[in-house]
Design a protein around this ligand. Structure first.
Ligand code: ADP
Ligand code: MG
Length: 685
């Protein structure tokens, strides 16, 4: 009773998903085993249904069901979907928790979270006592945090389920159930890792997909994707199109060219609805991909690998696969010089199969691969687990906080010993570890911030240098995932002109600070007292609009700035817990801010060589200042930077000028000066 049509329709949609036929067997398997691996085609209902099955079967009675996702967007959107299916407001029974954003209450029984969030919770409670079930979803992606979770969950199960660890009254802890879910055929390895636990399969309803490879290698994937889309649109029967591209930039640029081309087609052709889908997309825009296109229109979704398995889009009959993705990779051969960056890489065979499979969810489909059959045959079988190709500093620090020995941790795939050692050395330089490799008090404080250890140190040292207000602004903007500068080749000059007034002579970090502060002045109406006093209209909406316009004319992303505000709010909370007064400001004095940045970023510092290029301190890497930096012409004697970018040369981006003499005090130049560089040591060193 009381169910309206929409709720009924939802229920029917749910019950039609392939996973429903195996509901009982699934629930029983989880009840009867500590760990279960669940394998099923994307779209079969694993993520949205299994947590509800377990909840309804009473498995959340004395603990929360956590469902981990590699991506924030997916965690949020899946929580919203499951809340809707439960007929409850988001944040009640069903909630989510991702970095810098949480919607849960004490009633929450199903919690979607990023794998990273659950690792952070481990630091607070290393047996995850609040949880009765942890569902590790998208396990095939093998993100760094997923791998850390898998190893830790195995330990927790040993401690909780065998009575090895007791609560403070000596009582046994309640057992922990683990479900590992994957969309690819790698179930055996997960099962092996968890002591040969049972593997359950959901038989999907995959329709045949015809695969067409390029005859010759493609030179320009953007151009090839555009042509292929137009051919499909002109020559093929109705059905929506999904294009896989490496990143947000590629998506935006293809969206622009499709929108430019379509009006030139004969007016008899179907209309085209272009929808982007990538990790940084705001949730309300993301929702649009689930809606059917307007009658008579063809939907084309331009997506990153987020659409490979974690988000299922209805209506897709055609897939265009560029064969590329963006992958974070870390260059250990530079001795850990901080070259951790997103590079465009060929995908693996298993990704290619996932991508083509998206065309056959509802009916037979076609996949156009923009690479040759020979290139396909040369692809790696599966992607390299992230743990074997990324910077491990914060992971190793987390393991130290968990009391684990990073050299002996139960890794499903072990990272290179060199990268573990490299991180141990960095953590020692940051004084997170003492000379015996023991965690210091400072190390524990560094881990309490949701930041990479170097940036946590910047925040902590801002207390002694009395500039926490400035540092939190800068660090928040550095951490925001959306790109702040939104100009492209056509608007670059206009954008540079418009932003000139924010430029700080000491470089890009203080320029960021100027931008953030000007934005907030506009938002609070400070820049123009008249407009906010003019009438009784809520200042908020007016200033929102003003802020949006201000962002537009300065080619800045409102989203990035808003995200930075959210991050800052959380960092302020972290500071309060650490006893750091975040209101302390150094006014217009740049020196303490720069020194603070150097306290954490000393590994990313460089001195100018006579030929005008720079040498990175410690590793002698030759680098240049990136043309986007305000210091590209000034070329100060010593700089710090946020990241290195390798194109035709190695470029430093996000650059600030420092005094060369300051570098003498950094741990890399003078190991005896470690205690001078940061005030919080615990005496071990
Ligand atoms: P799996 O995890 O096996 O890939 P999901 O549980 O994510 O499957 O999805 C099952 C079905 O639920 C999909 O076919 C999709 O159509 C639907 N679905 C998931 N999320 C949403 C959403 N936010 N809006 C509408 N439908 C959705
Ligand atoms: Mg899923």
């Amino acid at each position: 009773m009381g169910l309206n049509g929409a709720a009924n329709e939802l229920k029917i949609h749910r019950m039609r998903l392939p996973i429903w036929t195996g509901k009982e067997a699934l629930v029983n398997a989880v009840k009867n085993n500590n760990t279960v691996v669940l394998l099923g085609e994307t779209g079969s209902g694993k993520t949205t249904q299994l947590p509800q099955f377990l909840f309804e079967a009473g498995l959340a009675r004395d603990g929360i069901i956590a469902v981990t996702q590699p991506r924030r967007v997916a965690a949020i959107s899946l929580a919203a979907r499951v809340a809707l299916e439960q007929g409850a407001p988001l944040g009640e029974i069903v909630g989510y928790n991702v970095r810098f954003d949480e919607r849960t209450s004490r009633h929450t029984r199903i919690k979607f979270c990023t794998d990273g969030m659950l690792v952070r919770e481990l630091l607070l409670d290393n047996v995850l006592d609040r949880y009765s079930v942890v569902v590790v979803d998208e396990a095939h992606e093998r993100t760094l945090r997923t791998d850390m979770l898998l190893g830790s969950l195995k330990r927790i199960q040993r401690e909780r389920n065998t009575g090895e660890k007791r609560d403070k009254d000596g009582k046994r802890l309640k057992p922990l159930k683990v479900v590992v879910m994957s969309a690819t055929l790698d179930a055996e390895r997960f099962s092996q890792f968890f002591g040969k636990c049972p593997v359950l399969y959901i038989s999907g309803r995959q329709h045949p997909v015809q695969i067409c490879h390029s005859k010759a290698p493609v030179e320009d994937f953007q151009d090839a994707a555009l042509r292929t889309f137009l051919q499909v649109h002109i020559g093929q029967p109705p059905g929506d199109v999904l294009v896989f591209l490496p990143g947000q930039d590629d998506i935006e640029s293809l969206a622009k060219s499709i929108r430019g081309y379509v009006p030139q087609l004969p007016p008899t052709k179907q209309k085209v609805l272009v929808l982007p889908l990538y990790g940084a997309l705001p949730p309300d825009q993301q929702k649009k991909i689930f809606d059917p296109p307007p009658p008579g229109a063809r939907k084309v979704v331009l997506a990153t690998n987020i659409a490979e398995t974690s988000i299922t889009i209805p209506g897709i009959r055609y897939v265009i696969d560029t064969g590329l993705c963006k992958e974070r990779s870390y260059h250990t051969r530079h001795g850990g010089s901080g070259l951790d960056e997103l590079l465009i890489k060929p995908i693996s065979k298993s990704s290619a199969q996932q991508r083509s499979g998206r065309a056959g969810r509802e009916a037979p489909g076609t996949c156009f691969r923009l690479y040759t059959e020979q290139s396909y045959s040369q692809l790696a079988n599966a992607p390299t687990p992230e743990i074997q190709r990324c910077d491990l500093n914060s992971a190793i620090l987390d393991l130290k906080c968990l009391g684990e020995d990073p050299m002996k941790f139960d890794y499903m795939d072990r990272p290179l010993d060199d990268s573990i050692r490299g991180s141990l050395i960095t953590l020692y330089a940051l004084q997170a570890l003492d000379s015996q490799g023991r965690l210091t008090q400072l190390g524990r404080r560094l881990a309490s911030f949701p930041l990479e250890p170097a940036l946590s140190l910047v925040v902590i040292s801002s207390q002694a240098r009395a500039c926490t207000a400035e540092i939190l602004d800068i660090v928040s903007l550095l951490t925001s995932t959306a790109k702040l500068f939104v100009d492209n080749a056509d608007t670059r000059e206009a954008a540079a002109d418009a932003r000139k007034k924010f430029q700080h002579r000491d470089g890009d970090h203080l320029t960021l600070l100027n931008i953030f502060r000007s934005y907030e002045d506009v938002l609070t109406g400070n820049h123009n007292a008249e407009s906010t006093m003019a009438n009784g209209a809520p200042a908020n909406t007016g200033s929102r609009r003003a802020a949006r316009e201000w962002c537009r004319v300065h080619y800045l992303s409102e989203k990035a700035l808003n995200e930075a505000s959210t991050i800052r709010a959380q960092l302020r909370g972290n500071c309060e817990r650490e006893g750091i007064d975040w209101k302390v400001s150094c006014g217009d004095d740049a020196e303490p801010v720069l020194k603070c940045l150097l306290d954490g970023l000393f590994r990313k510092s460089a001195l100018k060589a006579p030929d005008g290029t720079y040498r990175q301190i410690g590793m002698q890497q030759v680098l240049k200042i990136h043309p986007s930096s305000s210091l590209v012409d000034r070329k100060p004697a010593a700089v710090i930077f946020d990241e290195l970018l390798i194109t035709s040369a190695v470029y430093a981006r996000g650059v600030s000028a420092v005094h060369a003499s300051w570098l003498l005090d950094t741990p890399l130049m003078n190991s005896n000066a470690r205690n001078a560089a940061a005030p919080h040591t615990n005496g071990h060193a």
